[in-house]
Design a protein around this ligand. Structure first.
Ligand code: ZN
Length: 137
């Protein structure tokens, strides 16, 4: 499976981290971890910008994170207009690992609070593409 199936609109056709989409199909949200220095990446990267190694391993993102920042969009980039309004969030997992993505629409605007516990979940979009979102933990 290739990256063209990722997200509402995909701007990347082929990448070194296509496996990310296969894992989403299996119900897993994964990042990559450098096996040399331990740096973690999400979105997954094929090369470590910390030590320049190409030796990466996949790891599942499990457990809960904490919401540290968010923004509800009422205007969207081209291709995302149908989804409005939606909320993008930055979620802290552990000490030095952050995930960026959308909050589930199941979470009402007035329920969104900095520090709330969230878990990342794969989702299938109405157009058959796959993505992930944050849900209440
Ligand atoms: Zn590294």
């Amino acid at each position: 499976m290739e990256f063209e199936r990722f997200g509402t609109v995909s701007f990347t056709i082929k990448s070194k981290v296509d496996h990310f989409v296969d894992l989403l199909d299996e119900g897993r949200v994964a990042g990559t971890r450098c096996t040399k220095c331990g740096e973690c990446f999400f979105p997954p990267r094929a090369d470590c910008f910390n030590c320049l190694s190409e030796e990466m391993e996949w790891f599942d993102i499990t457990g809960t994170g904490q919401l540290i920042s968010y923004s509800t969009l009422i205007y969207a980039p081209t291709g995302f207009e149908q989804d409005l309004p939606y909320t993008i969030a930055l979620v802290q997992y552990g000490n030095n690992f952050r995930l960026f993505g959308r909050l589930s629409k199941e979470i009402k605007t007035e329920e969104i609070k900095i520090g709330m516990k969230l878990k990342v979940t794969p989702v299938e979009l109405p157009n058959g593409r796959v993505s992930y979102e944050f849900r209440e933990a």
